[in-house]
Design a binder for this molecule. Structure first.
Ligand code: C2E
Ligand code: CA
Ligand code: CA
Length: 426
């Protein structure tokens, strides 16, 4: 069997050390992720290019994994092309999803195998302690099932709990259907209100895309957006979204200050050199003020390529647009870059808001992030507010803007206008 660097543990040490990890996490009630990574077609590499090439690939792969993981993460090798990462102190599924995304970055560049350059790919299956199992065997079983799902799925990784939906969606050719969706008017924008938490005044709304497919019915954006990102269809979808949002914004009542509409921008689109010009031309077509449009970019998207995305954001911000960092707090990074973020607001991820009344740690995070953000002149948005108690608590923590089912669910534009006039007459 090919060998790997010494900092990669073997199966025996892994099983031994995992006992300790689990015991420690049991004691302090934290989550632990088991990530199985399998390099696809590894045997073929050994056969086609020889064992030296296989060794080179494993060494480079190990080094990249090591570089992308945190200091406390643990890396081991299970089989010829199968690795295991143990990620301690995981906050929630969002956290592990971002970690997985980041770790998959180790495959972005081809491997230099001396006689050739090889672009490898891998699948990743994840299970969480204690959510999916509490013992080693159970955790591995669940991670293996997730790995199988990833193998047959559109995404390179799967978390155990997500499997039913992923399997179902595989049998359907989203890509082809997406192509028709735009021509046949199957997309619609829904709007979810945002209000100023301190004064109760309207602040604006987030535009969220909906796809009503003629055969499948309603398809959730978190199912088709990742596909659109992979196929490149996300660009035309985003241009449609921005234009639809600005067109509908014209029908909103005038307020002082004017309300803002927020649209979601994915990494691919942020990195598109045409973005600035497309936004500029949409604003000019609809005669919208720059400060009425907010672009939401997820923290994980920023992290993928910080220097390029910061340059793009700086340019957009200097035009006068608002930049919002979405899903903030799930980023797999330190807060060290906080003060450099070219943004106007931070949108704290809803996983922190949902349970903050019961979970002191979440509440503490919301409080700390809000204080830090204010220190850097950033506004703070809390999304996922589902009840009055949470709304009041966030007001007490000085959070600026509220969004969530407690105020209203995302709704079609005409309903949003009705909701707005009722809200304003209260
Ligand atoms: P997101 O940007 O984080 O959007 C917020 C999601 O949280 C929305 O899900 C919204 O319906 C949901 N939400 C709002 N308030 C609450 C609440 O109080 N409780 C709970 N449990 N959920 C709440 P939705 O509309 O299904 O969108 C899912 C994701 O799809 C969005 O997450 C965004 O990442 C993506 N997405 C939606 N529209 C677009 C789009 O036009 N372009 C791009 N690139 N992505 C989009
Ligand atoms: Ca968003
Ligand atoms: Ca969000």
């Amino acid at each position: 069997m090919n060998d790997v660097p010494a900092y990669i543990a073997d199966r025996k040490s892994l099983l031994n050390d995992l006992e300790h990890f689990i015991a420690a996490h049991k004691a302090d009630g934290k989550k632990l992720a088991i990530v199985l990574i399998n390099i696809n077609h590894f045997r073929k590499i050994n056969i086609a290019y020889g064992y030296t090439a296989g060794d080179l690939l494993l060494h480079q792969f190990s080094a990249r994994l090591k570089k992308l993981s945190r200091e406390e993460d643990y890396i081991a090798r299970m089989g010829s092309s199968e690795f295991v990462l143990v990620l301690p102190n995981i906050l929630n599924e969002g956290h592990v999803r971002l970690a997985a995304n980041k770790l998959l970055g180790c495959l972005d560049e081809p491997f230099d195998l001396k006689t050739c350059r090889h672009k490898a790919n891998a699948d990743m299956g994840v299970s969480l302690y204690p959510d999916h199992a509490e013992d080693i065997q159970g955790l591995f079983q669940k991670a293996e099932i997730a790995l199988m799902d990833a193998r047959s799925g559109i995404q390179e990784f799967a978390i155990y709990a997500e499997r039913t939906e992923e399997v179902e969606i595989n049998s359907w050719d989203i890509e082809v259907e997406l192509e028709n969706a735009q021509d046949s008017d199957e997309f619609e924008l829904y709007f979810q209100p945002q209000v100023n938490l301190q004064t109760g005044e309207m602040f604006g709304a987030e535009a969220l895309i909906r796809w009503n497919n003629s055969e499948r019915g309603f398809v959730r954006p978190d199912i088709f957006i990742p596909v659109a990102e992979q196929t490149g269809q996300i660009h035309s979808i985003t241009w449609w979204t921005i234009n639809a949002a600005l067109r509908l914004l014209k029908e909103w009542p005038e307020t002082v200050p004017p309300m803002k509409v927020a649209v979601n921008i994915s990494t691919k689109v942020l990195m598109d050199p045409a973005l600035v010009e497309s936004v500029r031309s949409a604003l000019s077509i609809w005669g919208t003020h720059y400060h009425q449009l907010t672009l939401e970019i997820t923290e994980s998207a920023l992290m993928e390529d910080m220097s390029t995305s910061f340059i793009a954001l700086d340019e957009l911000k200097s035009l006068g647009l608002n930049i919002s960092i979405d899903d903030f707090g799930t980023g797999y990074s330190s807060m060290a870059y906080f003060k450099y973020i070219p943004a106007d607001e931070l949108k704290i991820d809803r996983s922190f808001i949902c349970y903050m009344l019961e979970n002191a740690m979440d509440q503490h995070i919301v409080k700390t992030v809000t204080e830090m953000a204010h220190g850097f002149n950033l506004k703070v948005v809390a999304e996922g507010i589902e009840n009055k108690e949470t709304y009041d608590a966030l007001k007490g923590l000085d959070v600026d803007i509220a969004q969530g089912y407690y105020l209203a669910r995302p709704m079609p534009h005409d309903e949003f206008l009705k909701w707005l006039s009722e809200y304003q007459s209260e």
